[in-house]
Design a protein around this ligand. Structure first.
Ligand code: ADP
Ligand code: ZN
Length: 437
């Protein structure tokens, strides 16, 4: 183990009071900076708000939220708060829910972004002795470059593998003795499967010990699966392009919630319907105000992601507050026969069954005016599919558990391994074929 002390990571050990003081100071700066962008200048003017009146996190409640639609309406330049010549990078949000939006960075923004991710990597035990293979896609999507510079900052041998080309990924892991990965959870499970198909047992034949997963919702059961398959510790990493990218919140070795980097991001949880703030421990939509972003500060940005602020202190000693695993986006909530369903509720049930594989799909149809939900899930490769009675009983058990979780009865279809389509990027879990969608 290296004993390097990373100066930039020391901010993880600030006291609660120190964090609060920094937040107050940086919030005042941020509001002033935001007011230089055409969008916020106009917003403050039309609402008659003096940016200097926002002094503490509590004062933020007098500001309206910023939404993805605001970003779209301001494309491409309206949110830029510095002269264009000071911006050095542009990323595009991947547009999972519609038109993509541009996010700009100054050199300082890029440095702080790398440091945020780096702090999370260090908290998970990564050092300069590690070989880090970054399996997130490079390019407009922030997952690749966001971790890349953090790996180099820590001093890891950083392999910019990018996403896809599984055979080459396995070759790289074997050749260079990769110890750390960053990967979409759905892709991690596929890589593990491909290893097994090639006669490689990842937990024994590879040297991977730490895996960062993020970019898409996943459940605790999925984490445990990836851990078992690779014989590694899996840490959840949350982020979004609008806030820079990955690294806004990351798990520490306690694996019990993701520490927000509160010296850079100020979090609130609101009820997505009433827009009222919710107390710690209550689930709602995460709203973030950036505290140090220069090129594109955002005030009270509605992330659409559903989570909660966890009460209590983490045993790791870091006093930056934690959010829970993201349950889903408020906009991926499905309404089926009047019931609210998050795809992650389905994943939670399915991944509890060792007989089932890791690829699954929800299809919703309208049959004679009624919603019908079908859940297709692949069987695990290690499960014999010959015994029809066993399959029937498995299907019944899964249906029963899903009914308990979702409060409606889906049709369950068991598919042979490899039968369902695999997405190149983030997993596509829902096919809604109802007419009015
Ligand atoms: P897009 O919003 O177009 O997908 P991004 O690539 O910026 O663009 O994705 C950010 C979104 O990805 C987040 O708002 C969140 O919904 C999801 N996400 C990122 N990391 C995680 C994670 N660890 N757990 C659950 N969801 C995540
Ligand atoms: Zn912790």
């Amino acid at each position: 183990m290296s004993s390097t002390v990373y100066e930039f990571a020391q901010t993880d050990w600030l006291t609660k009071d120190e964090i609060r003081d920094l937040q107050v100071e940086r919030l005042q700066d941020t509001v002033q900076r935001a007011a230089r962008s055409p969008f916020y200048r106009q917003r403050f003017a039309s609402l008659g708000i003096n940016p200097a009146s926002i002094r503490t996190p509590e004062d933020l409640s007098s500001l309206p939220f910023t939404t993805k639609d605001d970003l779209r309406s301001g494309m491409p330049w309206s949110f830029l708060a510095v002269p264009a010549r000071e911006a050095v990078r542009m990323h595009y949000s991947s547009g999972t829910t519609g038109v993509a939006t541009a996010v700009f960075h100054t050199q300082g923004d890029l440095r702080r972004w790398a440091e945020c991710v780096g702090r999370g990597m260090i908290a998970a035990g990564v050092t300069a002795d590690d070989v880090f293979q970054n399996m997130m896609s490079y390019g407009l999507f922030t997952g690749g470059l966001g971790f890349h510079y953090a790996g180099e900052l820590i001093g890891c041998i950083t392999i910019p593998a990018g996403a896809g080309n599984t055979a080459r990924q396995i070759h790289l892991m074997q050749t260079f003795g990769t110890t750390v990965l960053h990967i979409l959870p759905s892709y991690a499970l596929r890589v593990a499967l491909s290893c097994v198909e090639e006669g490689i047992t990842p937990s024994e034949d590879l040297m991977v010990r730490v895996i960062f997963v993020g970019g898409e919702p996943h459940t605790e059961n999925t984490r445990r699966r990836i851990e078992a398959q690779f014989g590694a510790s899996v840490y959840n990493c949350y982020g979004m392009s609008e806030m820079a990218g990955p690294g806004i919140a990351m798990e520490c070795q306690a694996q019990d919630g993701l520490h927000l980097r509160e010296d850079h991001y100020l979090a609130e949880i609101i009820d997505p319907d009433t827009l009222e703030p919710l107390p710690e421990g209550e689930q709602g939509e995460l709203v973030i105000t950036t505290l140090t972003r220069e090129a594109m500060p955002l005030l009270r940005y509605r992330t659409r992601d559903i989570t909660q602020l966890l009460p209590g202190e983490c045993p790791c000693g870091c006093r930056h507050r934690r959010i829970s695993r993201i349950v889903g986006r408020s906009d991926d909530m499905l309404i089926v026969r009047g019931c609210n369903v998050y795809p992650m509720q389905v994943e939670r049930v399915l991944m509890g069954y060792p007989e089932l594989g890791s690829n699954w799909l929800i299809t919703i149809d309208q049959v004679r005016g009624m919603d019908q939900m079908t859940i297709t899930v692949e069987l695990s490769t290690s499960f014999g599919v010959d015994d029809a009675r066993m399959l029937d009983s498995l299907r019944e058990r899964v249906e029963h558990d899903l009914r308990d979780e979702l409060l409606l009865t889906p049709v369950v279809e068991l598919a042979e391994p490899g039968k369902l389509p695999v997405s190149e990027g983030k997993a596509q879990r829902v096919r809604d074929r109802r007419e009015d969608r």
